[in-house]
Each structure stands twice: as structure tokens, then as C-alpha cells.
Design a protein around this ligand. Structure first.
Ligand SMILES: Nc1nc2c(ncn2[C@@H]2O[C@H](COP(=O)(O)OP(=O)(O)OP(=O)(O)O)[C@@H](O)[C@H]2O)c(=O)[nH]1
Ligand SMILES: [Mg+2]
Length: 344
């Protein structure tokens, strides 16, 4: 059993890449287990990955490199004991230090040997990342044999080239792949990157990097949507308006907002974005979202104290009669508890 870690900042494109890699390795007959670590209390990416009929195990409500170290070690030891997997694909939270993760594995699961690591860097937020989170970016680059430069479609080609050259300075051991991960992009890239990942013998100098660019906050919400629902477009606009409401004036916000909903026939949609201008959606839903839905806001900057009120206002503007309730901890995850019924 080998461990493949897909690192990268919040919303960089880790799950998108993982979907492509999982599909490719699945087609090659590899037996795959996915470990999905979400900083938020509610897991949403794991549901997307289950679309691929994968075995996905969730580590919610914290970060696998620090507060959930023990949970990660348990899951890996269990996977080793099961003896049913060729590859374990790990998506750590977007604020995980890959150096710290490497140290945890070396110390507590040495039988796994040297893991394999790819990192996703978001081209469109690279300038902000280098200013706000230089240590985390350096940590991710130093630990990886393959660096995927996502959202290349959002930047001029010259700029993508310049960023690629800059990344190579921080990751001289790695290959850098500019790409649009949406649609079939991740799968097409996986055909190139997956064999290289398995062949990678670079042992990154994990001890030489440290993360520690400051805290992050995650807040999850259970939503109840009215019968007449929230159209896909309205769901995307809602995510955009939430992102627009988050930063303090003059601040480049760094984080990820995700909204998971289901239509009346059980189809699902995950609308998500890292900037108000670039919200996308994935899933198999064909109609408006209705009933239970989930919202996760993960932010590098402190979340505003009046976030609950702001979200309530934006939600009821988008879907009159809808309501939402914060999910404060993992155990209340699947209970809508005191949530009232929508009026209309
Ligand atoms: N335009 C564009 N959007 C992308 C690309 N890759 C990912 N996205 C979008 O960026 C958002 C984040 O993608 P994810 O794959 O969920 O990112 P992630 O790193 O798994 O996010 P977290 O797990 O929350 O940290 C989604 O809305 C994606 O559709 C890309 O190459 N181009
Ligand atoms: Mg993800």
C-alpha cells in the first residue's frame, strides 16, 4: 500500500485533481481508498468523490497535520491492517503543513515508507498567497514531486509562464503543470502526472520547511431550502455574494465557500468558489435545490462576528423562506435540530 497526498491551499483544486487521479488509477485496476480531511465540521468533498464509487473516509472538523494527527494515524493503520488497498489518496485540509504531515507519518506510521506528494497551486491567487502565506506555499512546494498550477485558464498565458518559473525556484525537484482542472482537465492531466507520481523517488527535505502563517477559521451551516427551491444559478450567485461580503475593506480574502444541495429527485450540486467572480458548480443535479443543504465557509482571515446574520440575510434574499443554523461541532452534523420549516 502506498500513500499519495494531494496538498494545496484552500480551494486550490485538490479535490478536482484527486477526482482525475482516482478515475485514472481506478481504470488501471488500482484498489483505491480516499482519506478526505475537511477543516469544516461538515464534509462536502467526500460526497463528490463518492460519485466515483470510491471508498471515502472522512476526517472532519480540523487539520490532519495538527489537531487530527491521531485520527489520521488510526485511519492509516486501519487501512494497512485491512490489506485491501494499493493506493491511499489523502486530501489534507487546505491549511495543512505537508512537512508536519511528513513528520507525523515518519514517526507514527513508518511502515508506510516515503509517501508521494503532489501540490496544487492556484495561479489566480498566487500573488496574494506569496504575500499572505509565503511559508505555507514554500512548505507545499518543498514537499512535492509534482506541482499542478491550477486555474491557468483565469490568467494570461504570459503570467502563467512567469508563475511557473517562480514555482520552480521553490520546487527545483518538481515538475510544474499549468492546467484548467475543470471538466475533463484533471483526468487528462492525471494520465501524465499519475505515472510520474508513482515513479517519483525524490525524498523532499521535509525537516527544512515550517508552516505557520497564522490561523484559519471554518464555520459550517445546515440550511433548509423552501419547496420552490434555489436554482443552480441562484446557488452560485449566493456563494459569490457570500464571498463578496467576507473581506474587510481593502483586503484580499483567502478562503473557500462551498454550498451543497440536492434537488427533488436526489441529484446534487456543489457550488463553490474562492473569489466572488469565479464560482463554479459540480454534480448531477438537474433541477432546483430544495430541502436540506449545507454551507461551509473556510477562511484564512478571521470570520466577521456578524457572519450568521449576514448569511441569513443573503440566503433569504436568494431563497425567501429559507433558514440556516450554524453547525458548531461534528456530532450535530446530520441533525437539523431546531431548524424551523421554511414558510413558503
Ligand atoms: N477556473 C477554474 N476553476 C477551478 C480550477 N480548478 C478548480 N477550480 C474551481 O475552484 C474551486 C475549488 O476547487 P476544489 O477542487 O474544490 O479545491 P480544493 O483544494 O479541494 O478545496 P478545499 O478542499 O476546500 O480546500 C471549485 O469551484 C472548482 O470548480 C481550474 O483549473 N480553473
Ligand atoms: Mg477539497
Amino acid at each position: 500500500m502506498r500513500l499519495v497526498t494531494v496538498g494545496g491551499f484552500l480551494g486550490a483544486g485538490k479535490t478536482s485533481l484527486l477526482q482525475g487521479l482516482a478515475r485514472w488509477w481506478g481504470e488501471q485496476g488500482q484498489r483505491l481508498l480516499v482519506l478526505e480531511n475537511e477543516a469544516g465540521q461538515v464534509g462536502l468533498d467526500d460526497r463528490l468523490l463518492r460519485d466515483l464509487s470510491l471508498e471515502v473516509r472522512l476526517l472532519p472538523g480540523g487539520c490532519a497535520c495538527c489537531d487530527l494527527q491521531g485520527v489520521l494515524v488510526d485511519k492509516l493503520k486501519q487501512a494497512l491492517e485491512e490489506d485491501s488497498w494499493d493506493l491511499v489518496l489523502l486530501e489534507p485540509s487546505g491549511v495543512a503543513s505537508l512537512a508536519s504531515l511528513g513528520q507525523v507519518l515518519e514517526r507514527y506510521v513508518p511502515e508506510l515508507g516515503q509517501g508521494i506528494t503532489a501540490t496544487v497551486v492556484d495561479a489566480s491567487r498566487h500573488a496574494t498567497m506569496t504575500k499572505a502565506l509565503p511559508k505555507l506555499l514554500a512548505d507545499h512546494l518543498a514537499a512535492s514531486s509534482q506541482v499542478v498550477l491550477s486555474k491557468a485558464d483565469l490568467m494570461p498565458a504570459e503570467e502563467v509562464k512567469r508563475i511557473g518559473a517562480q514555482l520552480r525556484l521553490g520546487a527545483p525537484q518538481a515538475q510544474v503543470w499549468p492546467v484548467d482542472l475543470r471538466g475533463t482537465g484533471a483526468y487528462e492531466l492525471a494520465r501524465e502526472v499519475a505515472p510520474r507520481l508513482l515513479a517519483s523517488e525524490t525524498t523532499p527535505d521535509l525537516a527544512s520547511t515550517t508552516a505557520g502563517d497564522g490561523p484559519h477559521q471554518a464555520q459550517s451551516y445546515a440550511l433548509n431550502l423552501p419547496e420552490n427551491g434555489l436554482s443552480h444559478q441562484a446557488a452560485k450567485s449566493l456563494v459569490g455574494s457570500i464571498i463578496a461580503a467576507l473581506p474587510a475593506p481593502g483586503q484580499d480574502w483567502l478562503g473557500h465557500v462551498k454550498l451543497w444541495g440536492e434537488d427533488a429527485s436526489g441529484g446534487h450540486l456543489l457550488a463553490s468558489g474562492t473569489t466572488a467572480q469565479d464560482v463554479s458548480s459540480r454534480g448531477d443535479s438537474s433541477g432546483s435545490l430544495t430541502g436540506r443543504a449545507w454551507l461551509v465557509v473556510i477562511s484564512h482571515q478571521p470570520l466577521p462576528p456578524d457572519l450568521d446574520e449576514t448569511l441569513h440575510r443573503l440566503l433569504t434574499q436568494a431563497a425567501p423562506g429559507a433558514c440556516l443554523e450554524p453547525v458548531r461541532s461534528a456530532p450535530s452534523l446530520f441533525s437539523l435540530g431546531s431548524l424551523g420549516q421554511p414558510k413558503a
